[in-house]
Design a binder for this molecule. Structure first.
Ligand SMILES: Nc1ncnc2c1ncn2[C@@H]1O[C@H](COP(=O)(O)OP(=O)(O)OP(=O)(O)O)[C@@H](O)[C@H]1O
Ligand SMILES: [Mg+2]
Length: 227
């Protein structure tokens, strides 16, 4: 069985789709078999996948929360990683996607609203973990972060020391290249973006969220979009 990773926060525009893009492309480039479920009715990831050029990524568009309940587990039988991009509001499908997950990544921009919504989303993960009586691990990831900005550092301190939220060490810094990749259909594998994407996927592997099988065929260079 593959690992189901849900990317969620109730905050709109916090970087969920961007993070889904760089994580999925980085993993597939590294030889993992990856499926992405776009659970957002706005279909941002699906649209991007139409222009994506890179190693084969299986994309499934499923805004219907009833159908979403079974799809991740079905795909996890065939793929090493199933990554679910959720909608940016307190939708039922976000809760279904959290309930289906082995691990949840909560992107958080360094502003007050994002930190508050990250905390709320973390609370949902803890509650769903308790009600389903299984561990749903989660980590918050700073996105759009600039270490030179004192307000950004303050936001990070509030979220970590203040609220006790568990963060990944990996961060996505504030770069126009992240915006550019939403248009270009490519995700840079070199430079700062490449390094940040690599650090993110390696940390997830270190956490034990993804496990390497003995051998795995490399992906083809086309995108398969379904749904
Ligand atoms: N690290 C970053 N640096 C600069 N811009 C970023 C970064 N991450 C995301 N953005 C930009 O912020 C905007 C929102 O990002 P994105 O669409 O990934 O958020 P989202 O959480 O998926 O939004 P929604 O809730 O609408 O689905 C986009 O214009 C994106 O290009
Ligand atoms: Mg999105």
């Amino acid at each position: 069985m593959g690992t189901i990773i849900t990317v969620a926060t109730q905050k709109g525009g916090a970087g969920k789709t961007t993070l889904t893009r760089i994580l999925s492309v980085n993993l597939v480039t590294d030889g993992w078999k990856v499926a992405v479920i776009d659970a957002d009715p706005n279909k941002g990831f699906t649209e991007w996948a139409q222009v994506y050029t890179g190693p084969s990524l299986s994309v499934h568009t499923e805004p219907d929360e009833k159908k979403l309940a079974n799809l991740p587990a079905d795909l996890a039988e065939q793929y090493d990683a199933v990554i679910i991009d959720t909608a940016g509001f307190g939708s039922r499908s976000m809760l279904v996607a959290i309930g289906a997950a082995d691990g949840v990544i909560i992107p958080c921009m360094p502003d007050r609203g994002s930190v508050r919504e990250a905390e709320q989303t973390a609370e949902w993960v803890r509650n769903l973990s308790k009600s389903t009586r299984r561990v749903i691990d989660f980590r918050v990831v700073m996105t759009g972060f600039d270490p030179r900005r004192s307000a950004d550092k303050y936001a990070y301190e509030q979220a970590t020391t203040g609220l006790g939220l568990p963060f990944l060490l990996a961060r996505l810094s504030d770069r126009t290249a992240y915006q550019a990749s939403s248009w270009s259909g490519t995700v840079p594998t070199d430079g700062v973006i490449g390094k940040e994407a690599k650090a993110l996927s390696e940390e997830i592997i270190t956490l034990g969220w993804l496990k390497r099988a003995a051998s795995r065929p490399a992906g083809k260079r086309t995108a398969a979009v379904t749904g």
